[in-house]
Design a protein around this ligand. Structure first.
Ligand code: FUC
Length: 752
């Protein structure tokens, strides 16, 4: 970290005001970007209506009220708990701007989140004045910035205040408002808002809520906000790093030397460097509904098609990942990083039996590889503490695994989830499979994958006939605890497969690789049961009426690669029977997983049916564990309540419908629904480090395809229709056409 030593806050802040913030930069926006989420009224409800912004560490939920602005904010390192107590992810605080103007009448109101540049804006007309607000949360400058302007001078008289979610004093010093505090576990925190006004005056006022900043007759207001804690992901430092005050000092000093337009430009450049890597168009009418509020589009969706909404929600998943998961920080938790309460659902933690994994399914295929790094770092940072806990529970093992519920200090709760770490290992492998970064594989991923293999090497139970079973597993989250549950077996199979490939690529540990290959060969295999289903347990007891949201025993179909329609058609058929029985409606993340399953079963129309169920407007906040999932008017996924894995899983599901590469070939349009007969996507990634710079299709047939080889790997293309490319020969494979060719780094291979 590059934070400078502590200076006095007052000195730092006073010096900042020598610099001014220039004009809003609305000019930099595209005229009618098609990636708006918007509403014609302020948000009343945090979970269902407010819009999120974030920079991977801090984030805000914006209400956009006319007489009162309310931004609830977070820092994703603010947690209770420790190594022994899972604790919970905490709310941080709120920023309020109470406008003196209390006129209830206003017109032309609009608040919108622009996914194209990650800015949030609000505009309205009140008493003849046009008011504009623009907000963003910058990763490069580490601040949230608000700019309030109007088309008349002296338009702003208001009181700006902060609220600490854990009580405690709010102080005003010059034009800064801040609070500091410490949680009982020693995590100290601070939030600071630096306020700059154009003309007018400001002074501090005090009441029962603490000190506030009163502004009179300003032409414009700029707020630069940041928060921080002393959390560090280093166990050897007792999970503590630099104190928040010097960090915040340095951040604000740095940010305030820049003009508003520079801050905005930095932000947009940084964001678009990630976001613009991929564009998608589903159908010809993708922008026709943009003049309807997002909520209205959701309501209309069940009556009339809106392919633009489907692709908007796809891109929203990418927006949310960029906003909640950036290198150097923590991974996206159950709510990304947005959380308004100190007792959020499931602690807003890291659940290891589907949820954190699902959060990252989109990262590599949708060209956001860097955004997966926090998850990989998280896995690495938990090794030592997890090993200590694992040793207590499973004394005769090496390596480590985890319980179901996890925090940021290695504290865990609920049941042991023995295949949890092996599922994490899949992410470590996939990052390599997509990037082909051998240094990363050798120095970072391989040692972790290997030690997780060692856990299973010691933990697997050998039966007299030589079969290996996972002892006393539990198929999340129902049925008996017993040996050889399919979920565990498939995840261990996946782990061993990845380990063996890694050892071969690195040319190391030959004996151990042979040993793991022998274990893999003896693993109890998936079984097909009496009603044709893929058995969830070794005993054929699956209930055809069971509609449980977890479909844990299809791990081998997705995200694993043990089951496929091409290589294991019988198992794929059984998976289809199981999936059909589990039904098409469920909780949010469960539907997202089903989209991915149906895509892997190459059934685009069924995947699409689930996608349509996913886009069901949900209003309430209840929790029905088995159904009721959908989407709120801010497009957050409803478990219910809000859980972000569904958003991420939905985006991953669409990528799986358009391209799959888990089987050693690039299969294009494997699950294209009839409703998407025409479309294009530019920027998908495939394993082998291929970038699909263009994929266009018409009437269900690929018409243009360009593949950029970024590593020089041999490539096999599988297409549903015949294609032509100079010098590349075609083969027929079942109903598909395949093309095998060698590639050179940096070269683009065109097909049409
Ligand atoms: C698992 C799921 C629940 C929920 C929770 C966070 O326990 O079974 O549905 O997603 O994680």
């Amino acid at each position: 970290m590059l934070f400078k030593p502590k200076q006095t806050m007052l000195f730092t802040l006073l010096s900042l005001f020598a610099f001014s913030f220039s004009n809003p930069i609305l000019a930099q926006k595209k005229a009618i970007p098609p990636l708006f989420i918007w509403d014609d009224k302020p948000a009343k409800n945090w979970m269902t209506e407010a819009y999120p912004i974030g920079n991977g560490r801090i984030g805000g939920m914006i209400f956009g009220g006319v007489n009162q602005e309310h931004i609830q904010f977070n820092d994703n390192t603010l947690w209770t708990g420790d190594e022994n107590d899972r604790g919970m992810y905490q709310a941080f605080g709120d920023l309020f701007i109470d406008f003196d103007q209390k006129d209830q009448n206003f017109t032309a109101y609009k608040r919108q989140l622009n996914l194209a540049d990650a800015t949030h804006s609000i505009s309205y007309l009140q008493n003849g004045v046009n008011y504009n607000r623009e907000y963003f949360c910058s990763f490069p400058d580490k601040v949230m910035v608000l700019k309030l302007t109007a088309n008349q001078k002296k338009a702003y008289s208001a009181t700006i205040r902060l609220k600490n979610s854990h009580q405690g004093n709010i102080t005003v010093n010059g034009n800064t408002i801040q609070f500091v505090g410490k949680l009982p576990n020693g995590v100290s925190y601070q939030a600071t808002a630096l306020v700059k006004i154009e003309n007018g005056s400001s002074h501090s006022v005090k009441d029962d809520d603490g000190e506030k900043l009163k502004i009179d007759n300003a032409d414009a207001i700029t707020v630069i906000f940041t928060g921080a804690t002393n959390y560090s992901n280093k166990r050897e430092q007792n999970w503590k790093g630099e104190e928040p005050a010097p960090k915040i000092d340095a951040i604000l000093k740095h940010a305030s030397t820049k003009s508003y337009s520079t801050l905005l430009k930095n932000h947009i450049q940084d964001y678009q460097a990630l976001f613009n890597r991929l564009t998608i168009t589903l159908g010809a009418d993708d922008i026709k509904n943009n003049n309807l509020s997002t909520y209205q589009r959701l309501i209309n969706y069940k009556k009339s098609p809106d392919l633009g909404l489907e692709s908007l929600i796809f891109q929203y998943g990418r927006y949310l990942l960029i906003s909640s998961s950036r290198p150097g920080g923590l991974p996206a938790n159950l709510q990304g990083l947005w959380n308004e309460t100190n007792t959020p659902p499931w602690g807003s933690d890291y659940h290891s039996n589907i949820n954190i994994q699902m959060n990252y399914w989109l990262a590599e295929p949708t060209n956001l590889s860097e955004c997966q790094i926090p998850y990989l770092d998280y896995i690495n940072s938990m090794r030592e503490v997890s090993a200590i806990a694992t040793r207590k529970q499973y004394p005769n093992t090496r390596g480590w695994t985890v319980k179901t519920e996890n925090n940021i200090f290695g504290g865990m709760s609920f049941l042991w989830n023995t295949p949890g770490s092996a599922w994490y290992a899949q992410a470590l492998w996939e990052h390599y499979a997509f990037t082909k970064d051998k240094d990363y594989l050798k120095n970072f991923a391989y040692p972790i994958i290997k030690e997780i293999c060692e856990f299973w090497d010691d933990h697997l139970k050998r039966r007299p006939d030589g079969t290996l079973v996972s002892p006393l597993g539990w198929s999340p989250e129902h049925g008996p605890t017993e040996d050889g549950v399919t979920h565990d077996q498939q995840i261990v199979y996946d782990l061993f497969t990845n380990y063996i490939e890694a050892a071969v690529i690195l040319g190391i540990d030959k004996d151990y690789k042979t040993h793991i290959a022998d274990l893999k060969a003896h693993l109890l295999k998936p079984k097909i049961g009496k009603w044709g289903q893929l058995q969830e347990w070794e005993t054929d007891r699956d209930d055809p009426k069971d509609q449980h949201r977890h479909i844990s025993h299809l791990f081998g179909l997705h995200p694993g690669r043990e089951i496929s329609t091409i290589k294991t058609p019988e198992l794929a058929k059984a998976a289809r029977v199981t999936l059909t029985a589990r039904g098409d409606e469920s909780t949010g993340w469960s539907m997202a997983w089903k989209m991915n399953f149906w895509a892997r079963l190459q059934d685009g129309n069924h995947a699409y049916k689930i996608l349509q169920n996913f886009i069901t407007p949900v209003g309430g906040s209840g929790t029905d564990y088995n159904k009721g999932g959908g989407i709120y008017s801010n497009l957050f996924c409803a478990h219910p309540p809000f859980q972000i894995d569904g958003n991420f899983g939905y985006t991953a599901g669409i990528s799986e419908m358009l391209l799959q590469s888990q089987a050693g070939e690039l299969q294009f349009l494997p699950a294209l629904p009839d409703k998407w007969s025409t479309g294009s996507i530019k920027g998908l990634k495939a394993r082998g480090n291929f970038e699909i710079t263009n994929l266009e299709w018409k009437d269900g047939k690929i018409i243009k395809l360009s593949i950029k080889s970024l590593f020089g790997e041999d490539c096999i293309v599988r297409s549903p229709n015949t294609l032509k490319s100079k010098g590349i020969t075609e083969n027929k494979s079942g109903k598909d056409f395949t093309y095998s060719f060698k590639t050179q780094v940096g070269k683009v291979y065109d097909f049409k």
